[in-house]
Structure formats: C-alpha cells, structure tokens
Design a protein around this ligand. Structure first.
Ligand SMILES: Cc1cc2nc3c(=O)[nH]c(=O)nc-3n(C[C@H](O)[C@H](O)[C@H](O)COP(=O)(O)OP(=O)(O)OC[C@H]3O[C@@H](n4cnc5c(N)ncnc54)[C@H](O)[C@@H]3O)c2cc1C
Length: 437
C-alpha cells in the first residue's frame, strides 16, 4: 500500500524500482496495464498526485547521481537525487540551489513535476527558473532533451509526471559565502500587521515567510521570518562555513493510529510558538530552509485517518477572502498548527505551475474535522470565482469542474501532453479524478 504524505488515501499499485536509465526503459516497455504508469519520488506530495491505483509506479530514487561543475555552477542531477543531497554536495563547493522547498526530502523529479517554490519566490521565482535542460523518457520509449525554449519543457514543469519520466536535469546553482542564513524574526498581532510586514520586507530580504496562528480568535497573529544568505560578520561566517548539515532527525512512531491534533493541543502549541524567543542572527542554512525535517514522519501525529494540506494563492488586493476563510474555520473549530503565509512573485511559463503573483496561504487539517470538507468545497468555489487557485501537488479533493477556472491554460497543456503521450501511458489517481488527461 502506498499513500501520499497526508496519509488520507491508501493505494495499491505494482511498484517497480529502477536504478538505471536502461531499467526505467525496460519498465516502460513492459507496462501494458490500462491503468498505465507513473514516476514516483519520495511521496512527499500530500494527496494523490504520486498514486496510481491498479497501475504501475516506477520508483526513481536510485537514479541519484550529482555532478557539479564549479566554474560554470551547473549541476547535472539524476531525477532521484534529493534536494538535501544536492544541498550537501553544493555547500561543499560554496554553492546552493536557488529554490528549495520546506523539506529537503524531495527528489529532483518531484521538484520539477510540481515546479516547487520556496521562501525566495518573490526574488527567484519557482524551481523551473534555475533549470537549463530536462532529459525526458517519452511513452514511445524515445529519450528527448528539452530546454526552456521548448513547449514540452514547460508542459513537464509542473506537469505532475504526466508528460514522461524525467531522467536527468541540468540546473544552475548560486554562490553562497557561508553555510548560514542571517535571520530576523518579528512577532505580529494580526493579519493586517503580517501582510504589511511581508509587503515591506520583499526588497530587503531574499527569504520571507510567516507562521500564522489559526486557532483561538483567528486574528491571524504570528511570527514573520526574514532571511538573507550568509552572515555579514566574519566571525559567524567562518564558524558556519564547512559545517556539514545535521543528520536525519528523530523518528516518530505511529502512536497507535491516534490523531493528536485537536483544537486544544493546537491552541496550546500555537500559544507556545507565538511566545517563543525570536531569532536575530546566524542560523544553519539547512535548518532554516527545512524546519520540519528535524522530526521524521511527523505526519503520523494526525493518526490513521490522515490529514490534508490546503494551499491556495489569491491576487494582491483580494485579501478580504482571508476574513471569510477564517470566520468559516473558526465556526467549525478547525484549528491548524501549521499555517504559513507568503507573498509570491511572478509566475513561470508553465501552464500548470502553481505560484503566481499574490498571497499564498497553507493550512494543515485532520480529515476528521466535522464539516470541513463541505466548507472547503464552498470555499474552493469562492476562491475560483475570485481568480485564485489551489496547489495541485497538495490536492486530493478538488472538484474537476473548477480546474479550468483555476488553471486557465489547462487546454493548452492538455494538447501538448497529448502530443507527447498519444497512447495515454502516464496516469495517476489525481489525473483520473481531475480529468487532466
Ligand atoms: C514537509 C513538506 C514541506 C513541503 N514544502 C514545500 C514547499 O515549500 N514548496 C513546494 O512547492 N512544495 C513543498 N512540498 C511539496 C513537495 O515539494 C512536492 O510534493 C514534491 O513534488 C514532492 O517530491 P517527491 O520526490 O516526494 O515526489 P512524489 O510525491 O513522489 O511525486 C510528486 C509528483 O512528481 C512526479 N514525479 C516524481 N518523480 C518524477 C520523475 N522522475 N519524472 C516525472 N515525474 C515525476 C510524480 O509522478 C508526482 O506527480 C512540501 C512537502 C512536504 C511533505
């Protein structure tokens, strides 16, 4: 059985590991099932993007080579290499990937298929902005190289694994002067203060993000975290340089399948987190980028039924939608201990890439909260009507009728995809549910 990170669906499929390009080609040549084939990374997508019930999953984590050419700052990466392994290899040469997500346990293939974003999106854009080439295995068995001048490149970026199997990518890294980030945290009393502070920090900080407390009175109080690479003080810089990122953290047991996330536990945790001592100074780059990686399998705290992560983006100037959302969640007593607000910059060229200029809010909820699904369905409609959209890589529940409002270039993507995969080999539970293909 396989599930996404949210553990809210269990899926049965035939899983085939492939550690070489020849092995991947062999799996593709042998797959005849009506339910097709899907590339899989580390299953850090929350919902059903990386599930293919009744079909085949090809597991690519063995395809993990990392080669870095220091003078050109170009890395050639196997699709199964992780962001974390890339960070370790790059830091050893005073380099770093310009865009990294909130966890390092994501494969390069998964990062491309989602066109992931990080805390730097307002400056760097999404993951695709650092890519120079993608090597893709097509359903015909042919291997093709695509660059940003090709429509196939942009259909594959954010393309949810539905255009082919990414085998390798070429990406440009950035220089860093140390293994640290200079971090400044500020407490804010409500959403208006949070939005104002994030807004005014864009020009001075490469990394901006806010933890938002959505429990209690739902005023949107929280902690805004602002960061820049390196540390201006020579002492701190020499201390951090060369330090290896910490090893994997503690593992959380399954805790008997119980859900520990209740309005009471969330409120207590959020009160503690809101009052925590604020950072002002150097922090480890890896810990700063991936704060949740200290505890493995933290998703187990939601118990057997699992949870969903709801992430959407809405245009600047349409902030009134937050008040409606908060009022509805408050009425349901739906408390989230992982609430994140961030301001995005410009969208990439990909028709299915999620990030685009606006505010993005991310919330985690146990699927057992009474009335939550009905409320979110209504909110999805309001969001679509207001021009917003949800992040498909985290989705497991969106109504297919809303896709074209949220992703207006979906038909353009569909026609490129159909040319790339005329026999409809690449499939996923999400693609079938949302009628993407
Ligand atoms: C704690 C946590 C924090 C996160 N933070 C962020 C964040 O800050 N920003 C963000 O954007 N996302 C974030 N994510 C989401 C995560 O980055 C994406 O879900 C990513 O796609 C997961 O990569 P994976 O290797 O686990 O891929 P999987 O979950 O295994 O697969 C995801 C998709 O990628 C496709 N895919 C995987 N490998 C290939 C390949 N070689 N070729 C073609 N398609 C492939 C799959 O078919 C599937 O559609 C976070 C997730 C977690 C759990």
């Amino acid at each position: 059985m396989t599930s996404g990170w949210g553990n809210n669906f269990q899926s049965l499929s035939s899983r085939k590991p492939a550690d070489t390009v020849a092995q991947v080609q062999e799996v593709v040549a042998q797959t005849g099932s009506m339910r097709g084939l899907l590339a899989a990374g580390l299953h850090r997508s929350y919902g059903d993007s990386a599930l293919n019930s009744g079909g085949t999953l090809v597991a690519l984590t063995g395809l993990n080579q990392i080669e870095i050419d220091r003078p050109s700052r170009i890395a050639i990466l196997g699709a199964g290499a992780t962001i974390r392994d890339l960070e370790v290899a790059a830091l050893a040469q005073s380099l770093f990937p310009p865009v990294v997500p909130g966890t390092g346990y994501v494969t390069i293939g998964g990062a491309v298929a989602a066109d992931i974003h990080g805390k730097s999106h307002h400056r760097t854009g999404a993951f695709s902005q650092c890519l120079r080439r993608i090597k893709l295995l097509l359903s015909s068995g042919a291997i093709a190289d695509y660059s940003p001048t090709d429509i196939e490149f942009w259909a594959t970026v954010g393309g949810l694994g539905l255009t082919g199997i990414i085998l390798e990518v070429e990406m440009e890294l950035r220089e860093v002067s140390s293994n640290s980030v200079t971090v400044l945290e500020k407490r804010v009393k409500n959403l208006d203060e949070m939005i104002a502070l994030l807004d005014q920090s864009d020009s001075d900080f490469e990394h901006t993000v806010a933890w938002i407390d959505l429990s209690g009175d739902y005023r949107g109080r929280g902690v805004v975290s602002l960061g820049n690479y390196g540390d201006s003080s020579p002492h701190a810089s020499s201390q951090m340089k060369g330090r290896a990122p910490s090893t994997r953290g503690l593992s959380l047991p399954t805790l008997g399948g119980m859900n520990f996330i209740t309005p009471l536990t969330v409120r207590a945790f959020n009160e503690f987190w809101y009052r925590k001592p604020l950072k002002d100074g150097a922090a480890s780059i890896v810990k700063y980028m991936h704060p949740l990686d200290g505890v493995n399998n933290w998703n187990n705290v939601y118990g057997r039924s699992g949870f969903l992560q709801y992430q959407f983006v809405i245009d600047l100037g349409k902030e009134e939608i937050f008040a409606k959302l908060f009022a509805g969640l408050r009425a349901l007593k739906a408390a989230s201990f992982l609430g994140v607000l961030k301001k995005f910059g410009e969208q990439s060229n990909s028709p299915l890439s999620f990030p685009r200029r606006g505010w993005t809010l991310t919330l985690d909820y146990s699927v057992t909260v009474p009335g939550l699904e009905k409320f979110l369905r209504e909110f999805d409609e309001e969001l679509a009507a207001a021009g917003g959209r949800i992040y498909l890589i985290k989705d497991s529940r969106l109504d297919p009728g809303l896709i074209s409002a949220m992703y207006p270039r979906i038909n353009e993507w569909r026609s490129t995809r159909n040319l790339m995969d005329p026999k409809g080999l690449w499939q996923s539970d999400q693609a079938r549910r949302l009628q993407l293909c």
